[in-house]
Ligand binder design. Structure first.
Ligand code: NAP
Length: 273
């Protein structure tokens, strides 16, 4: 089975590709230099010559705050890029796997979001990712995997940011946004599971089980690392950001990934090796 990965040099792509190889898949790694998803001719040429069975589409515009002013680029990559892949995958009968986000929700729900729940993104990033979902659904053979609060060994992320701040006199972290931290390896394993089990096409939530606030997440990171830090909870209004985030974006994952604390412990142990 042949799988082509877009955005393979990104944080998820760098963990996903070796996991796919270990599972015995033939993996074709691409990124903007070898497959620019915004160029439909490039997409058609590459998919036609490589003829993969699956495309796992990890490429995206992921700077959530910058997207608020760089709307055109965010749209071009997240919407046009996904439309291009969807059109060509449909034409060539390739199954398309798209990585989406909890930011498609407005965060006003008080209990876990189900894949069928109403979407209502509050940011440019969330809106473009949702439009990407809609484009991917036109492919018919598709998996949409919504994930959240992603961290991994190969990218800028919350865990690494917190660790880099450990020597500060005080660290304030928002305590009124609740979600599901997800290690890239957990997401990659979840995607493999969907493919290998030939799960029905559709939308899945592939995120860490359980829930926490950003403050709770930071507290756990420092506790597991054994760092003594003056960590203080604060509110979103004390720490304004250009893009609005959902206050509550806990997603029902049907046990596809492990508990977020178990995964974080393993991530930190590997990091220290
Ligand atoms: N990070 C999170 O917390 C989070 C949460 C929920 C969902 N997601 C989703 O998870 C997926 C993976 O995220 P990630 O954190 O691994 O992202 P990432 O590290 O930003 O990787 C994205 C990759 O896509 C590449 N790319 C950008 N424009 C492209 C184009 N036109 N053609 C081909 N490749 C292009 C980027 O290259 P450059 O670096 O050169 O731009 C980068 O290598 C994305 O779909 C994202 O929306 C992420």
């Amino acid at each position: 089975m042949k799988i082509l990965v877009t955005g393979a040099n990104g944080m998820l792509g760098q963990d996903l590709c070796p996991i796919l190889q270990d599972e015995g898949f033939e993996v074709i790694e691409t990124d903007i230099d070898t497959l620019d998803i915004t160029n439909i001719k490039n997409v058609e040429d590459v998919l036609n010559s490589k003829k993969p069975d699956y495309v796992i589409h990890c490429a995206a515009y992921t700077n959530v705050d910058k997207a608020e002013e760089d709307i055109e680029t965010a749209h071009k990559i997240n919407v046009t890029g996904s439309e291009n892949l969807s059109k060509i995958c449909k034409k060539l009968d390739i199954t398309l796997v798209y990585i989406s986000t909890d930011y498609v929700f407005d965060g006003t729900k008080k209990e876990k979001y189900l894949p069928s729940d109403k979407t209502n993104p509050q940011s440019v990033y969330g809106k473009t990712k949702l439009e990407g979902e809609k484009a991917v659904q036109k492919c018919e053979k598709y998996y949409i995997t919504r994930t959240s609060w992603l961290y991994g060994h190969h990218g800028k992320n919350f865990v690494e940011t917190m660790i880099s701040l450990k020597d500060k006199d005080e660290i304030k972290v928002v305590d009124d946004q609740v979600g599901c931290p997800t290690w890239t390896v957990e997401l990659a394993n979840g995607i493999v599971k969907l493919i290998e089990e030939k799960a029905p096409y559709g939308i899945y939530h592939v995120c860490g089980s359980g829930k926490t606030s950003w403050y709770g997440f930071a507290k756990k990171i420092f506790e597991l690392c054994g760092y003594k830090v003056n960590l203080q909870p604060c509110t979103t209004s004390e720490f304004p950001r250009p893009a609005k985030r959902p206050a509550y974006s806990v997603m029902e994952n049907n046990k596809i990934c492990r508990n977020w604390e178990t995964a974080l412990k393993e991530y930190l142990e590997l990091r220290c090796e």
